[in-house]
Design a protein around this ligand. Structure first.
Ligand code: G6P
Ligand code: ZN
Length: 543
């Protein structure tokens, strides 16, 4: 094999965000752009020589091309073995599972998650560490420094690997194993969850719909739900991954998964509905006539997880991202376990999981996971729900209502202001931060500010401090508004406003969310001067 050293010059925009480097496909298509970034990653991996690397992505447009480049660069950078999913596919949770199971040094996960795909859509590359989770900030920052000073990259002069066929081949000295993308993951699910009970549930006539939104979870859900658990054919819809996700916006929320929502809210609703996102790490859960917020789902899974074999011994603790509602905290308090509050971004859970401080974790952005891997896991969450339904034999909506009756209901909504101009969005946040000291005691929208801060996180395991993770405003009426700028957008700035209010009274658990939260919305808009500063009178998306 001939290794070629290609001279290159840096791109200035290769700093990874919340979840790796995400840009428009056209940005990644610039000559040397992908190569520079992958070389910066490899230069930062200690002990690459002879080690195993996992490569796979969500199948979006440009996936296979980057997979081929990455394989050739891995060979030129001295890796001993590459495990790559057939057709270059691996869901993000499956990549995490494969890294851990095969003791790889890490993995390249190619995905822009829930962002649209296709030639005009988004692409992304991130590196996961040997524990299977996204690289920590120290690593991504060092990667960025390397990318900013890069002078050459190394690539093998070799033909493309046949990704269509499962089996082994070589690129120079390096072994390439094209693996079944589903097998290791399905085996792990079978260890954690009671497949026999779930199969009994389907045999009893239980019906569900899983909408894969033409993204990566199609093959996984079809193999597991229809293949192993005996759900009727047709349970999984939009099950074939497409490079442009068939035009779907693969973000599992009531707005983008509207077909599923219409079914679940209509007269022909099956017993349970679920969806996942572009790369398979997010989940959406819908009971008949009732959307389950991700925050509630985390709390409900926390209180019922012991019903699944993998969690029968109870939970060490639970964690949620700061903007996620406080529903899980209430369950943790009752169970007598710790509940940690982390910044947005799955990587912050890794230390807590590795240290054994938590077993479950989740985020309002539709991510839920456990210590089985180091990524959030959409299909796992759906299967854990099914396990709970199979053991309790209660309808999904009843589980939710009983949960509220026991713990109270955290009414919750999120307002997204997308594609704002960057400067005014930053100014809004700066102005809000500057206002904080004077807010306590003031009234807005009929609510009184009790306390407020700019969330800073001190990692309880390594003591690292992450400042400026979002502005939190607590109101005396047991309500909260949180403001932060998204770290995953690819054009302009997206501001997220997270709004919630606690209602302990069970006779008030069936009110329209928008009505309950109207005063909190008003207060948030007034405090942040949203309309005046953004020129928007309405959010772009309400979930
Ligand atoms: C990705 C990360 C999540 C995070 C989400 C929202 O999916 O993996 O951990 O919660 O992005 O990020 P954003 O910065 O767009 O709110
Ligand atoms: Zn995702």
């Amino acid at each position: 094999m001939v290794t070629t050293r290609i001279p290159t010059t840096p791109f200035s925009d290769q700093r990874p965000g919340t979840s790796g480097l995400r840009k428009k496909v056209t940005v990644f298509q610039q000559p040397r752009y992908v190569e520079n970034f992958i070389q910066a990653i490899f230069d930062n991996v200690e002990g690459a020589e002879g080690s195993t690397l996992v490569i796979g992505g969500d199948g979006r447009f440009f996936n296979e091309s980057v997979v081929q480049t990455a394989i050739k660069m891995a060979a030129a950078n001295g890796f001993g073995r590459v495990l790559v999913g057939q057709k270059g596919l691996l869901s993000t949770p499956a990549a995490s599972c494969v890294i851990r199971k095969h003791k790889a040094i890490g993995g390249l996960v190619l995905s822009a998650s829930h962002n649209p795909g296709g030639p005009d859509g988004d692409f992304g590359i991130k590196f996961n560490m040997s524990h299977g989770g996204p690289a920590p900030e120290s690593f991504t920052e060092a990667m960025f420094q390397k990318a900013s000073a890069i002078t050459e990259y190394r690539i093998a002069d070799a033909p493309d690997v046949d990704l269509g066929r499962i089996g082994q081949s070589r690129v120079g000295e390096m072994t390439v194993d094209v693996i079944d993308p589903v097998a290791d993951y399905a085996e792990l699910m079978e260890q954690l969850l009671d497949f026999d009970k779930i199969a009994d549930l389907f045999r009893s006539g239980f019906r569900m719909r899983f909408d894969a939104l033409s993204a990566i979870t199609g093959p996984y859900a079809t193999a597991i739900l229809e293949g192993r658990l005996g759900a009727p054919a047709g349970t999984v819809v939009n099950g074939e991954p497409k490079p442009d996700f068939g035009g779907h916006h693969p973000d599992p929320n009531p707005v983008h998964a509207h077909e599923l929502m219409e079914l679940m809210l209509g007269p022909d609703a099956p017993d349970f509905g679920a969806a996942s996102d572009g790369d398979g790490d997010r989940n959406m859960i819908v009971a008949p006539n009732l959307f389950v917020t991700p925050s509630d789902s985390l709390a409900i899974l926390t209180s019922h997880a012991h019903l699944a074999p993998g969690y029968a011994g109870g939970l060490a603790g639970v964690a949620r991202s700061m903007p996620t509602s406080r529903a899980a905290d209430r369950v943790a308090a009752k169970l007598g376990i710790n509940c940690f509050e982390t910044p947005t971004g799955w990587k912050f859970f890794a230390n807590l999981l590795d240290a054994g401080l938590i077993t479950l974790c989740g985020e309002e952005s539709a991510g839920t996971g456990s210590n089985h891997i180091r990524e959030k896991d959409g299909l796992w969450a759906v299967l854990l729900w099914l396990n709970i339904l199979a053991v309790t034999r209660k309808p999904a909506d009843q589980i939710v209502r009983e949960h509220w009756a026991t713990f109270g209901r955290d009414y919750y909504t999120r307002h997204d202001y997308e594609e704002l101009e960057t400067a005014p969005a930053n100014e809004l946040m700066d102005a809000l931060r500057a206002k904080l000291p004077g807010l306590p005691g003031q009234r807005f929208g009929g609510l009184t500010v009790q306390s407020c801060d700019d969330f800073a996180y001190t990692d309880p395991v390594d003591g690292s401090v992450t400042p400026k993770q979002g502005v939190r405003i607590h109101f005396a009426e047991d309500a909260r508004a949180v403001f932060r700028l998204s770290g995953t957008g690819t054009s302009g700035a997206t501001m997220r406003v997270y709004l919630e209010r606690f209602e302990p009274d069970a006779s008030r658990h069936d009110l329209p969310t928008a009505d309950v939260l109207a005063p909190v919305v008003q207060a948030a808009n007034e405090i942040a001067e949203i309309a005046a500063r953004t020129g928007r009178s309405e959010p772009s998306v309400v979930t």
